[in-house]
Design a protein around this ligand. Structure first.
Ligand code: GDP
Ligand code: FO1
Length: 308
């Protein structure tokens, strides 16, 4: 068994590589839920859904979110009536998932149980685990107002000042028990090349998850989402800069230094600072533009750290 900590893009790409090599039942994924948002009363869980859809083979790779070949009839109609709904797009097929999830949550199921229910319906065998069943929400504070992460990213396209990143609810939130079980029974724990601030940040801010990783006998490896001084996509650079952090693989390694043994960085990046942290470095091509790249990178990690 191995456990991957993931958001919806870099971590999901690596997940696709891992799935192309290992049987799904050997893989557990602990997903960030702090990006979750309620849109007109529906519970949307973007990172859980990206992993679920990827496992089910229905993820829209081109768009980078949602279900492939989806249509937007519902969205077009609802925004014709209420134009202010137009900023967040929900596809028709995607919508079915949100309606079911919201209904089951209202009937008392926990997010992890709903996720399990949905995974079964798609014949998904890997263990997709939300980091918590409790409400945790990432807000971006600009010094005056706080905006939900989705508003910051989708509505304002990341174009607002960032004074603080707040994981509201994190102090009281408990990790899902299944997440702790997965960590403690894994031979390998992988921190995916996900956004270290808003995807991995909330997962590791659940103290019991961090402690379980530290206590685990597993090999612990993280992959860099940064090549040179740039992320491949998303707001990682803006978030890191705004928080006074350098945008570099070394900085990401520093964020993970108390839990990882190995760090995978791009072959052209400098590893000296990372080695000085006491972390072993694997240098390789960390681009995952297509399925071959994803499989190649996953294979390097599995060959080195996971005998099966
Ligand atoms: P989100 O939920 O969509 O923000 O997804 P993640 O947090 O999982 O992923 C965002 C991070 O993925 C960004 O910081 C990117 O730099 C990283 N990423 C995207 N594509 C690649 C890739 O091909 N290789 C690597 N190493 N990282 C990537
Ligand atoms: N991203 C967008 O840029 N625009 C959208 O309208 C949008 C809708 C959406 C609906 C469901 C879903 O699961 C994800 C969606 N995303 C959309 C992606 C999402 O905002 C982000 O990629 C992640 O939350 C970042 O972690």
């Amino acid at each position: 068994m191995l456990t991957l900590l993931s958001g919806g893009t870099g971590g999901r790409k690596l997940f696709e590589g891992l799935m192309s090599i290992l049987p799904q039942k050997e893989i557990s994924v602990i997903c960030n839920t702090a990006d979750d948002i309620e849109i007109y009363g529906l519970h949307i869980s973007p990172d859980v859904d990206s992993i679920l859809y990827a496992a089910a083979g229905i993820f829209d790779e081109e768009r980078g979110w949602g279900i492939k070949d989806d249509t937007f009839n519902f969205h077009n109609m609802i925004t014709r009536i209420v134009p202010t709904y137009s900023w967040f797009n929900l596809g028709d097929k995607d919508l079915a998932i949100h309606v079911i999830r919201t209904d089951l949550l209202r009937n008392g199921m926990k997010l992890s149980q709903v996720t399990n229910f949905l995974a079964n319906k798609f014949n998904v065998d890997c263990n997709i685990i939300p980091m918590t069943d409790d409400k945790v929400t990432t807000f971006i504070f600009d010094g005056i107002n706080k905006k939900h992460f989705q508003e910051f990213w989708v509505l304002f396209r990341g174009d607002m000042p960032i004074k603080q990143v707040i994981f509201e609810g994190i102090e009281k939130a408990q990790p899902c028990e299944k997440a702790i079980d997965a960590i403690l029974s894994s031979k390998l724990i992988i921190i995916g090349p996900s956004n270290p601030i808003t995807s991995i940040g909330p997962i590791l801010s659940l103290n019991k998850i961090k402690i379980a990783i530290q206590d685990s006998k597993a090999k612990k490896v993280a992959l860099s989402p940064i090549k040179g001084n740039n992320p491949y996509s998303g707001p990682a650079a803006k978030l890191m800069q705004s928080l006074g952090l350098e945008v570099s693989p070394l900085q990401v390694a520093k964020l993970y230094q108390d839990i990882i043994d190995y760090f995978v960085i791009d072959e052209n990046d400098d590893d000296s600072g990372i080695k000085q942290l006491g972390i072993d470095v694997i240098k390789t091509n960390i681009d995952m533009q297509n399925m071959n790249d994803k499989k190649r990178l996953a294979k390097i990690i599995l060959d080195k750290f996971y005998s099966f």
